[in-house]
Design a protein around this ligand. Structure first.
Ligand code: NAD
Ligand code: ISE
Length: 340
């Protein structure tokens, strides 16, 4: 069976995923596209032989749309995801699930009322081979009980529209999700510390930031978020346990020796760093839908949890103090935690 996907939002990542669903993933076809920029929607739909729709509601209602992909701006996500649930159609939503914890909870409640999982959130790091190997080792007891995780999330630059709060909401949110999943543990406090600011970017931006998280089991996580580091896109993660540690590998690339140096290139953007993870994420999503299964990837609950945790980090950006995460108890509907 071919899964016919309708895409809401044909911007940067929307175009990437349309290409992925068309050229890389088998068993999927993009049949519908909408964007508030009508020309962009037309151009994207024409490239894959799909139709355009005036808005998300019309696209979700279309008979030739089996599943919905939401890649529009974050504040519009909740509206589209709720409409897809109301129509009983599976929906893959790029992060964030919604920009407020309240809207995330509305989605959780709508999905529970529907009685079957329909929502998957685009936290692609769970599909990265390095993080998957790390989870296997941690789960098998290969480093003993985990005690600490040291991470860095560096982007070369960000646009002027990027705000200090986005360091948590847009950037650290990836570590927040992947570490909840890796440790099978919940984050209960968040604190943001402000080192000396880089002079290489906008005065309005607090960059870098050091984020400290604590889990319910007492694991301490430190995360450097530095979104104007200049030199490249660099993701680091090292989990330390009672008997050893496991570290994320650098992306595979050839090493060059010459001119008195030995070295490898540093990737420049997230798209290249996580290409394989995005491909796997969509392969597994489409294969599950084609088999008539509920999605097993990051759930609406995971989307809510991530937003509740980033809210605490944003509060700490103001207060400088550790802030408790204000999270409701997880409903049985979302337990045990998703397999992927
Ligand atoms: P973008 O601005 O390039 O694209 C967004 C598109 O959505 C635009 O074309 C815009 O016109 C369209 N749009 C906005 N509101 C709409 C609506 N109501 N209906 C239809 N179209 C609408 O942004 P982007 O960089 O592609 O990011 C999109 C989403 O993907 C964001 O939520 C972002 O956080 C997420 N994202 C995820 C990753 C990741 O690593 N997983 C990376 C980048 C972006
Ligand atoms: C962007 O939206 C992403 O999701 C990238 O993965 C992240 O590295 C970047 O900081 C965000 O702005």
């Amino acid at each position: 069976m071919t899964v016919r996907v309708g895409v809401i939002g044909a911007g940067w990542i929307g175009q990437e995923h349309v290409r992925r669903l068309t050229d890389t993933v088998t068993g999927a076809e993009v049949t519908a596209v909408t964007d508030i920029d009508a020309a962009r929607a037309e151009e994207t739909a024409a490239r894959v032989g799909g139709r355009t729709h005036p808005d998300g509601a019309a696209l979700i209602a279309a008979d030739d749309v089996d599943a919905v992909l939401v890649t529009s701006w974050g504040p519009t996500h909740a509206e589209h995801v709720l409409a897809a649930i109301a129509a009983g159609k599976p929906v893959f939503c790029e992060k964030p699930l919604a920009t407020t914890a309240e809207d995330c909870l509305a989605i959780v409640e709508a999905e529970r009322a529907h009685g079957r999982r329909l929502v998957q959130v685009g936290f692609m790091r769970r599909y990265d081979a390095g993080y998957r190997q790390m989870k296997e080792i941690v789960t098998a007891g290969g480093i003993g009980t985990p005690l600490m995780v040291h991470c860095a999330h560096r982007n070369p630059t960000v646009p002027e529209s990027y705000t200090s709060a986005m360091a948590a909401q847009d950037t650290a949110v990836h570590e927040i999700d992947v570490l909840r999943w890796l440790l099978d543990d919940e984050i209960v406090t968040a604190q943001v510390i402000k080192p000396r600011a880089t002079s290489r970017r906008f005065p309005h931006l607090t960059d870098p930031q050091i984020m400290l998280f604590e889990t319910a089991d007492g694991v301490r996580i430190d995360l450097e978020v530095f979104v104007n580091c200049q030199y490249g896109y660099d993701i680091q993660c090292e989990t330390v346990g009672e008997t050893g540690l496991v570290r994320l590998p650098d992306p595979a690339t050839v090493a060059v020796r010459g001119a008195g140096r030995h070295g490898t290139a540093v990737l420049q953007d997230w798209k290249d760093r996580f290409t394989d993870a995005f491909d796997t994420e969509f392969r597994e999503w489409i294969a599950g839908l084609a088999a008539g299964e509920e999605p097993t990837g990051p759930s609406a609950w995971d989307g809510y949890a991530a937003t509740a945790i980033t809210d605490a980090a944003v509060r700490s950006l103001e207060s400088g103090q550790p802030e408790n995460v204000d999270m409701k108890p997880r409903p049985a509907f979302y337990a045990p935690r998703s397999a992927t």
